[in-house]
Design a protein around this ligand. Structure first.
Ligand SMILES: [Zn+2]
Length: 353
């Protein structure tokens, strides 16, 4: 099969063929052409998935359903997911070492870490300050490269409160890093985002109250920010825009919009669905990032190139590289909504869509 790849952004088109080994090779005579006039990316990425479930509910992940969701990712052109934890390690157990024909490339946390009263009851491992080191060490060994902490959480009648202070976050980062894992912190309230950045956290999930100064620090370190706009909007809707929680989140999203509109170079914004939409629809999060003010090219990269570089993965169209591509009928850098509707998907040279 011969494929004409038009990388987004007006770069010159590239002609490649698919070898029997599922890798790109130089075109040879006799190949049939896949399509024409299409633009291609080497795969989409969901940087905040929860493949254990379709919605946030306290239920262990079922391996069969996890495998179905993983394959649906491939059909949607999502070839890498970073799964940000669950109430068990089912996703890590099911997807670690899954073949590329069956599942996206995978990194993720196992069971989420919080404190008593600091997340949905029964969902997370609940630690106290004395147990933190041991809990994080275990989470690092059970995860696939990630530890996920819930940094703050609303308490009835008291508003959102930190689960961890700066020193505890710094300890968690040290322990996880020395065990070879990275740390993602959920934060939707003031203070904790800045503590997490100063503590050396690798990925800020939601980060509604990040500051411009935090972003400069993150850019210097190559840390990631996964705003999950659609999830935050769904939460505001569920809480009620006039509730105290809804007003806090709306103020946070206003802050996100102002940060995204004037983003320093080097800040890695990544697109994450967080169950607001299924992972294969991560393109809708890209559209939401653009709506909040992010430059369209950086928004497209948020669901592809930026995530590949963040995870130190090569995602290139070149002879010898895996024949993975997701195609669009127009240049997504010109029109990011193209990401919502791939016209074809090639995974290891096999057409899935
Ligand atoms: Zn999440």
């Amino acid at each position: 099969m011969q494929v004409v790849l038009r990388p987004p952004g007006g770069a010159e088109a590239l002609e490649l063929s698919v070898g029997d080994d599922g890798r790109w090779r130089e075109p040879a005579g006799g190949d049939t052409e896949l399509g024409s006039g299409w633009w291609a990316l080497p795969g989409l990425v969901d940087s905040h998935s929860h493949l254990a479930a379709d919605e946030l509910e306290l239920r262990p992940g079922e391996p069969g359903r996890i495998r179905e969701r993983a394959f649906a990712c491939l059909e949607g052109g999502v070839f890498l997911v970073m799964d940000k934890g669950w109430c068990d390690g089912s996703v890590v157990a099911t997807l670690t070492d899954a073949p590329p024909s069956a599942a996206p490339e995978f990194e993720g946390a196992a069971r989420i870490v919080a404190v008593e009263g600091g997340y949905y009851p029964g969902f997370a491992v609940e630690t106290d300050p004395d147990g933190l080191t041991e809990v994080v060490r275990r989470a690092a060994s059970e995860g696939a490269g990630w530890v996920k902490l819930v940094g703050d959480w609303p308490r009835k009648g008291r508003g959102a409160l930190p689960n961890f202070d700066f020193e505890q976050l710094r300890t968690a980062v040290e322990v996880a890093h020395s065990a070879g894992a990275r740390v993602a912190v959920h934060t939707m309230a003031p203070d904790v985002a800045s503590w997490a950045v100063a503590a050396g956290v690798d990925s800020i999930e939601h980060g509604l109250f990040l500051t411009a100064g935090d972003l400069e620090v993150m850019a210097a370190r190559g840390a990631a920010w996964v705003p999950t706009v659609l999830r935050c909007e769904a939460l505001i809707e569920a809480l009620g825009p006039d509730s105290s929680g809804g007003r806090l989140l709306a103020a946070g999203l206003d802050n996100v919009a102002s940060l995204l509109s004037d983003l320093p170079d080097g800040v890695r914004v990544l697109a994450g669905t967080d169950l607001a939409v299924p992972s294969p629809e991560v393109g809708r999060e890209v559209t939401a990032l653009v709506r909040l003010g992010l430059d369209p090219q950086r928004a497209v990269d948020a669901a592809s190139a930026s995530a590949y570089s963040f995870t130190q993965r090569e995602a290139a169209f070149a002879p010898g590289a895996p024949a993975d591509a997701v195609f669009f009928d127009r240049d997504p850098y010109e029109d990011p909504t193209a990401l919502e509707r791939p016209v074809a998907v090639l995974r290891r040279g096999v057409r899935l869509r």
